[in-house]
Unconditional design. Sequence first.
Length: 217
Amino acid sequence: MASVKAQPRDLSVKSKALRQQGLIPVVVYGAHVEPVHVSIEEEALWKLFAGVTRSTAVELEVEGGKEYHVFLKHIQIDPLTERPIHVDMYVPEPGRALQMPVPVRVTGVSPGVKDGGMLETLHEYIDVEARASKMPPYIEVDISSLGMSHSLLVEDLPWGEGVRPLLPRDTAVVTVISPRGLSRATLEAEEAAAEDEALDEGLEVEEAGPTEGEPQA
């Protein structure tokens, strides 16, 4: 389990002043706990982000206080500096199953790709249900036996005890497209990209504002 240390936060200190000290405001909450306001060193947060996923349980140690087993719920990023400005951490209720998206991690080398096919990941995340202690940080998909024009389905993946996928078990997760199917797939991808570009025109990136309940900077 990953871990990170925090210190109690004085809410009279504004968020901007806190960040100038290299600290990021964090709120810890859950259905069975009162919200707890803490701060974490930005460097420690970056190390945490690099080593976990949204479905990784994290041990949060509050200086002079309690320890919480949490999940990263929301990370607010400044669009100009690309630095975190606020983080929400969720404390799951003991004994209750959670439902959350778990990232897919592809491993191995596909024989079908070696033969000229193209690997396509159809689901980068899979929604699963599990208790917090059983929630996997990622779902490993080994493609070392995946041949040309073949797919790996949800039912083919290694589901641990107490972990239930919420996708139908016959859903394809990864597939190897044969060379004959590549031109059609490429055309469809180009058409989808053109549609996305048309929708994005005229949109502006808005700087993230203060989190609800946060003191104004």
